[in-house]
Ligand binder design. Structure first.
Ligand SMILES: C[S@@+](CC[C@H](N)C(=O)[O-])C[C@H]1O[C@@H](n2cnc3c(N)ncnc32)[C@H](O)[C@@H]1O
Length: 154
């Protein structure tokens, strides 16, 4: 791959910072499974990695609160599965770009029985610089009432 192309390829493995996970668990409870992870970056006691492939798993049968910070290069299949699995009983917290104009937001977030928390302040994935895009946490199938809010998580 040429240097120019390589320079513009975005990372797909940003690890969620521990301070944000702490805030999430303080609000929603302990995470049981990380649905997209490696041994090194898992945010829950159990996880599914790329080799096992989360799309082959029935999330609703895992039990407990499920964490998802998917690769952001192809979000649609992940949110489609969040939506369908939550209808089957899964409780999922998904950290996603706050892309309110996207087709996937219209189909699988807006108007669905989920609580949408727009995050403030912006999260830093490297411990120094805020990620240059707004993110949201979508709570599917939890006790949180469906609706939208700004969550000042810190
Ligand atoms: C943005 S990182 C999130 C890492 C970590 N779970 C966290 O929240 O800090 C996305 C992770 O998903 C994994 N992944 C990608 N495709 C996957 C798949 N089909 N099934 C399971 N994990 C996958 C990647 O290997 C990577 O570790």
């Amino acid at each position: 791959m040429g240097a120019a192309l390589h320079r513009h390829r975005s990372r797909q493995d940003y690890a969620t910072p521990p301070e944000f996970i702490e805030a999430v668990e303080a609000r929603f409870g302990a995470l049981a499974w990380d649905l997209a992870a490696s041994v090194e970056n898992a945010k829950a006691p159990r996880h599914i990695d790329v080799a096992t492939n989360s799309f082959s798993a029935r999330w609703y049968s895992l039990g407990g609160l499920l964490w998802l910070n998917p690769p952001y290069n192809d979000i649609t299949p992940w949110v489609r599965k969040c939506h369908s699995e939550s209808l089957a009983g899964a409780k999922i917290l998904a950290l996603l770009p706050a892309s309110v104009g996207s087709n996937w937001y219209a189909a699988y977030v807006d108007g669905c029985a989920a609580r949408v928390l727009f995050l403030r302040p912006r999260i830093s994935f490297d411990g120094q610089n805020p990620f240059p895009k707004d993110l949201m946490l979508v709570a599917y199938g939890t006790d949180a009432a469906p609706g939208v809010e700004c969550w000042k998580w810190r």
